[in-house]
Design a binder for this molecule. Structure first.
Ligand code: GLY
Length: 391
């Protein structure tokens, strides 16, 4: 497969300038962009206040300076029991450290989100990579997406069974394919042809998940019918796995640990990545939101980088990551947009989950409508992690 040089794609920077247009057009565009941003900003933080109250030349000066990198990761939104908190906090902190190593040496946001997600795919705590939920047939089936906000290039894989790190396969697609999305055996073949070693599906399955599936299937169909009725399905029959995300049937043994990361690099580019094993007992071939562009993952320098977690079917019906990014373009802060996305998810479709949002000015939003969500955040000034937003 022919490799696509990054330079072949127009790149949009944090200030809104395109590399591939001439200088005067760039100047006009940048001036319009800055004026528009200044008018629409609704600052609450000191940093955003500085940008919003400054005159245009002050804004231009700030934008021309090297950006301070920002990295945010999540490790799933669900009713995490107390005895699993430490593992989740450690996991997201490790992911943060890996991504930050890339950013602090001047690496790209794209590389940073990839490295962060790889750490969580390798950590059996999370529903991504090895240790993921099993589908109805007792197999691990993985989905992932990675997206570059500077170029809008993206790579996604769905339903892969023999790829240890699906986000690496997704990255290969982004960097080395004219296509955006590969599924199942075709995705595995692409990964292998581009240097990734395939594993056996059994290598991704751990005893904890075999037992979890056995217990769940022993309870089925009763628990599934109950879950469906709680959610207003008159027939009492839910789609596989959906009932697991309904609040009335929250089970401490069932995690919703999709993982994700969003980053801003020194060049002012943002990126996002999301990876998941999907839902417990899902039908073979079922795809969730995580690997679908604009649903579980999205990145555009002109709006935001977004990664979601939670019950995939409602999230994809609402195209939630893009919905959230559009709120940023409309002039809202990531913090507000993240919270609003969770309200929208719950009110519109009784959906449950969490979200992380980052714009190209380094402003962050983290929200969830589940009892807990593992998250971690790092800037040059501070590092923080928690299992509830607001800690
Ligand atoms: N959000 C993960 C899934 O539903 O597959």
């Amino acid at each position: 497969m022919r490799k696509l040089p990054d330079a072949s794609v127009p790149r949009v920077t944090a200030t809104g300038s395109f590399d591939c247009v001439n200088a005067s057009l760039r100047e006009t565009f940048t001036s319009l962009w800055m004026t528009w941003r200044r008018r629409r900003a609704k600052p609450t933080s000191l940093a955003s206040l500085g940008m919003a109250i400054g005159n245009e030349s002050r804004f231009a000066r700030l934008s021309a300076m090297p950006n301070n990198p920002v990295l945010v990761v999540h490790g799933g939104a669900w009713a995490m029991p107390d005895d699993m908190v430490e593992a989740h906090i450690n996991g997201v902190r490790n992911a943060l450290a890996a991504g930050w190593r890339v950013l602090e040496r001047g690496g790209t946001a794209l590389d940073a989100v990839e490295e962060s997600v790889v750490i969580m795919e390798d950590d059996e705590t999370f529903d991504a990579g090895r240790g993921s939920f099993l589908n109805r047939d007792g197999k691990v089936q993985l989905d992932a997406l990675i997206m570059d906000g500077g170029t809008l290039r993206a790579g996604g894989v769905g339903c892969v069974e023999r790829v240890r790190n699906p986000v690496r396969a997704a990255r290969k697609i982004l960097s080395e394919s004219p296509h955006v999305y590969f599924v199942a055996e075709g995705a595995e073949r692409f990964a292998e042809e581009h240097g990734l070693e395939l594993c056996r599906n059994e290598d991704l399955v751990i005893p904890r998940e075999v037992e979890r599936l056995r217990e769940y299937q022993a309870k089925t169909p009763t628990s599934r019918a109950e879950g469906a009725r709680e959610m207003g399905h008159p027939s009492g029959s839910a789609q596989d796995g959906n009932d697991l995300f309904a609040p009335a049937v929250h089970d401490a043994a069932i995690s919703h640990d999709t993982v994700g990361a969003v980053a801003l690099d020194r060049e002012g580019n943002i990126a996002a990545a999301t990876s998941t094993g999907g839902t417990l007992n899902k039908a073979p071939g079922r795809l969730g939101d995580s690997s679908l562009i604009g649903c579980g993952c999205y990145a555009d320098n002109l709006s935001a980088a977004v990664s979601t977690t939670g019950w995939g079917e409602p999230i994809m019906k609402l195209v939630l990551a893009k919905w959230t990014a559009d709120r940023i373009v409309a002039g809202n802060l990531p913090e507000w947009a993240a919270q609003e996305a969770m309200n929208y998810l719950k009110q519109r479709l009784k959906g449950h989950g969490g979200i992380i949002v980052l714009n190209a000015q380094g402003q962050v939003g983290i929200a969830h409508n589940t009892p807990r969500m593992a998250w971690a955040l790092k800037t040059v000034q501070k590092e923080d992690a928690g299992i509830e937003r607001g800690q």
